[in-house]
Design a protein around this ligand. Structure first.
Ligand SMILES: [Zn+2]
Length: 124
């Protein structure tokens, strides 16, 4: 007796890895996003429907969580071990925070979409 396709378990770790790499969680080949944060309606390689994803504010919350902790730790180090002026500290930390946020945000979105796909949430 064959198992129903809808109840087959999907590889969670592989899906998260694909999501972080901004690849389709189903085939690991097709691009997940375009124009930085727009999600393709379907995968160009395997036709997986991606329009049912609901990442919403999750990627932003996770990005803030990571960036704030990293920049807070960096601020502690810079303040404790360097003699940078306040303006130099502000410029260095805000530059690092901006760059980190721009790098991390699409990866968090890819990861959340991949988790939704792996757990068959929202119609996946
Ligand atoms: Zn695909």
């Amino acid at each position: 007796m064959s198992e129903n396709v809808q109840t087959q378990e999907r590889d969670f770790k592989a899906a998260v890895k694909d999501g972080l790499a901004l690849k389709c969680p189903n085939c690991s080949k097709g691009p997940l996003l375009y124009k930085y944060l727009k999600v393709h309606d379907s995968c160009s390689v395997c036709n997986q429907d991606l329009s049912c994803q609901r990442a919403d504010d999750g990627p932003a919350y996770l990005t803030i969580l990571f960036v704030a902790h990293l920049v807070g730790f960096l601020a502690h180090i810079l303040i404790s071990y360097t003699a940078l002026s306040n303006i130099a500290l502000f410029l260095a930390l805000s530059t690092v925070a901006t760059i980190l946020a721009l790098i991390i945000l699409p990866r968090m979105k890819g990861m959340i979409i991949a988790i939704q796909w792996a757990k068959r949430m929202n119609g996946f």
